[in-house]
Design a protein around this ligand. Structure first.
Ligand code: PLP
Length: 397
């Protein structure tokens, strides 16, 4: 990407097909280049590609790594995340797995933010522990991480803003801490997806993104990416990725390329809608706390202003109602689908399981009900009307 070009411009021009030499014509958008293997003009060309690959280059000698469509999407992730190398994997969870597995060995210790995406604990319990890798979950502050640091600690795993409560972390301070103790800092950046937040620019070593969410943007795609800026770390990820055998369909890479072109528009709209919903919810006496870093009363609003360049449609709010009423409220909503995930065009609601949020130190373990919304691209007045109507209906048993 040229230094003078804005990211939004780059996203419209990324992945252009080359002109046909004979006709001088090219399709505007790169087609999906499906292939399971690659053929070479000569053995010399194959040798050249293999040499480049063993030096850590992007040359393709076999289909698993993907060709032009994949490469274009990798370039997009590098531009979004301000990284040097990007690796595509079949889901956001696979991105987390790849990032962690690339840098840990038997006997290592991982420090993890207690606000990280829930299934990180499943990776820890079902896989890492069997490999002799221990993980400690901490309140995501330098103080708490310092207290839990051991001589075996190798990785600091964080997510900012965190899952469920969108708690902003002080990424530059955590990066300084990681550097001082020679830890690799991995950050889940699904929330920012490179547009609203850039962990690598704030000092992290590796960024992971669930392209399933805002990058794809249309709730029809599972995809993940791991992005690194340092060559030594990128080479480790490359080797691990090859060994684990992750591969992404060219059609999925193509869908992500198509989705990402409108990500700036979608994110801006959904973020503006979410703020209006915060404003409306703040008027309800039963609403206790709104969790959305762009909201002026969020506890981490200042940190968000300092480190983020935008927001999105994710918000949570706690309510002083009993869980039976919360269930009636959710069931009465008509424009919000009951479901997990986010980042698509549509609004979603999740009645957050108490157990999943109880492990987040920021939650405070009180008895309030917690709801998470993804605000979609519907008309926001319709969304607010739906919330208001369903909430008053929920009074009737
Ligand atoms: C959804 C999500 C993931 C996992 O992505 P999948 O593509 O669903 O596997 C990882 N991290 C965060 C923060 C997420 O919200």
């Amino acid at each position: 990407m040229s230094a003078k070009q804005h990211l939004h411009t780059f996203l419209q021009h990324a992945g252009q097909a080359d002109f046909d030499e004979r006709t001088g014509a090219a399709p505007v958008a790169l087609p999906s280049m499906r292939t399971s293997t690659v053929r070479f003009k000569s053995l010399d060309h194959l040798d050249q590609a293999a040499t480049d690959r063993s030096a850590g280059g992007r040359s393709v000698v076999y289909g698993r790594a993907g060709m032009d469509t994949h490469r274009a999407l990798e370039d997009v992730f590098c531009a979004l995340e301000a990284g040097e190398r990007a690796f595509l994997v079949p889901s956001g969870m696979a991105a987390i797995t790849l990032a962690v597995m690339s840098v840990v060995s038997q006997g290592d210790h991982v420090l993890a933010a207690d606000c990280a995406y829930g299934p990180v604990r499943t990776l820890d319990q079902n896989v890492l522990q069997r490999m002799g890798i221990q993980t400690t979950y901490c309140e995501p502050t330098v103080e708490a991480f310092s207290a839990a640091l051991t001589p075996a600690t190798k990785v600091l795993y964080v997510e900012s803003p965190g899952s469920l409560l969108m708690q902003m972390l002080d990424m530059p301070a955590l990066a300084a801490f990681a550097k001082a103790h020679d830890l690799i800092l991995i950050a889940d950046n699904t929330w920012g997806s490179g547009l609203s937040y850039q962990p690598l620019s704030l000092g992290a070593d590796v960024s992971v993104v669930a392209g399933t969410k805002y990058v794809g943007g249309h709730s029809d795609l599972m995809l993940g990416a791991v992005i690194a800026k340092d060559k030594a770390i990128a080479d480790k990820i490359d080797a691990c990725n090859y060994a684990l055998g992750f591969s992404v369909s060219a059609d999925d890479a193509w869908l992500a390329l198509r989705g990402v072109r409108t990500m700036p528009l979608r994110m801006r709209e959904t973020a503006a809608n979410a703020l209006k919903v915060c404003e409306a919810l703040s008027q309800w006496p039963e609403v206790k706390t709104i969790y959305h870093p762009a909201w002026k009363e969020d506890a981490y609003h200042e940190l968000w202003q300092r480190d983020a360049t935008g927001s999105n449609g994710m918000l949570s709010f706690s309510l002083t109602i009993d869980s039976a009423r919360a269930r009636r409220f959710v069931n009465a909503l008509t424009l919000f689908g009951i479901g997990f995930s986010w980042g698509g065009f549509e609004s979603l609601v999740q009645l957050v399981d108490k157990n999943s949020v109880a492990s987040h130190s920021y939650w405070g373990h009180d008895n309030a009900v917690l709801l998470r919304l993804h605000i979609g691209l519907e008309n926001v007045d319709d969304l607010i009307a739906d919330l208001t109507r369903a909430f008053s209906l929920s009074l009737q048993k």
